[in-house]
Ligand binder design. Structure first.
Ligand code: PXL
Length: 279
């Protein structure tokens, strides 16, 4: 066993109802033996897909939070950002990266902005342009197909690649944003299948794989994917193997949710499967 515990700065919101973002990142990465240091961006009573949610924006705390951590001389093996509520928050995350990234820190930016061909309510033009800037500072970005569209189209998710041959141009455009590795999830080009594309922008190599899809809409699976991906990547699995492990875990969690009859709006049931990540 590697006795050194890897430390991850998790920059996400905390949503009370509906498994997502910070609660998922802590559960998954802790199960994988990583220490998670939460940097909460907002507190919501539920994720934004559920009517009536409360939203407490924590941006006013960011500066003092960063300064305190800086005074403690904390070093991170990874900086992992997800849902952000405004372009002001993206600018703070950018500053966080400048303050804490060293040559061994992996920066993963999950540009949470939309799904199913639509932007989330909170995704403004300004937020999109902030995410594009953040992607420049990332080692790895993990957009779903819609978020790839929002990043490339500058806030217009309506034009999405419809097949693998369209995808290559999109990956080139995302490469131009600056990340070293791009992992696009949720590729629904083939009936009954859901695919992932992994592009190494240095070598230009792209790996694509598919799993059987599970019918239904499952919020929070992007957070689950990115968290399992990051834990696996920090364990040394490499981009494509980490993506395969993450996609497999998401698929099993979605299948369990369907079998259980639980409402998928609560997110997928992954708790009973976490033991599979330990080791
Ligand atoms: O799962 C992504 C996500 C994270 N955080 C909040 C969200 C969503 C998606 O809807 O609303 C608050």
């Amino acid at each position: 066993m590697d006795l050194k515990t890897r430390r991850v700065a998790a920059i996400h919101d905390i949503s009370g109802f509906g498994r997502s973002s910070m609660t998922t990142a802590i559960a998954v990465l802790s199960s994988m033996g990583m220490q998670v240091l939460p940097f909460p961006t907002a507190v919501l009573s539920s994720h934004t897909g559920i009517e009536g949610y409360t939203f407490r924006d924590l941006t006013p705390d960011f500066d003092a939070y960063i300064r305190h951590w800086k005074s403690l001389n904390i070093r991170f093996d990874a900086i992992y950002s997800g849902f952000l509520g405004s372009s002001e928050q993206t600018a703070f995350v950018s500053r966080f990266i400048d303050e804490f990234k060293d040559e061994n820190t992996v920066v993963l930016v999950d540009p949470v902005m939309g799904d199913g061909g639509k932007c989330y309510k909170t995704c403004t033009k300004e937020l999109c342009s902030g995410m594009r800037k953040l992607a420049k500072k990332a080692d790895i970005i993990t957009p779903n197909l819609t978020e790839a569209g929002i990043l490339v189209g500058g806030h217009n998710p309506s034009k999405l690649p419809g097949c693998e041959s369209d995808l290559s141009g999109w990956l080139d455009e995302l490469s131009d944003l600056g990340p070293e590795k791009i992992v696009i999830t949720g590729m629904d080009f083939l009936y009954g299948k859901i695919g992932v594309a992994c592009r190494n922008t240095i070598s230009g190599v792209t790996d694509i794989f598919y799993n059987d899809s599970v019918d239904g809409y499952f919020p929070g699976t992007g957070d689950l994917f990115a968290s399992v991906f990051l834990g696996s990547y920090l364990d040394g699995l490499g981009m494509t193997k980490s993506a395969e492990k993450a996609a497999d875990f998401v698929k099993k969690s979605a299948a369990l949710t369907v079998r259980s009859g639980e409402n998928p709006i609560e997110g997928v049931q992954f708790e009973k499967l976490l033991f599979e990540l330990i080791g």
